[in-house]
Write a protein that binds this ligand. Structure first.
Ligand SMILES: [Zn+2]
Length: 53
């Protein structure tokens, strides 16, 4: 199942878990100067299906 991860800054990524974790980790490092842990990324993750109302 694909996941959606949305950063508080408005950045968003969607894809398989491994992909969104990698992308969000890189985003945190490059955009915010701080790498989120896998657990922090998963806290922000939501299932891609059924996300929109
Ligand atoms: Zn961000």
């Amino acid at each position: 199942m694909d996941l959606v991860v949305r950063c508080p800054c408005g950045w968003e990524t969607q894809g398989p878990e491994e992909q969104v974790v990698a992308a969000a980790t890189a985003h945190g490092r490059e955009a915010h100067g701080e790498e989120p842990t896998r657990q922090q990324v998963m806290t922000m993750a939501r299932p891609a299906t059924g996300w929109s109302l």
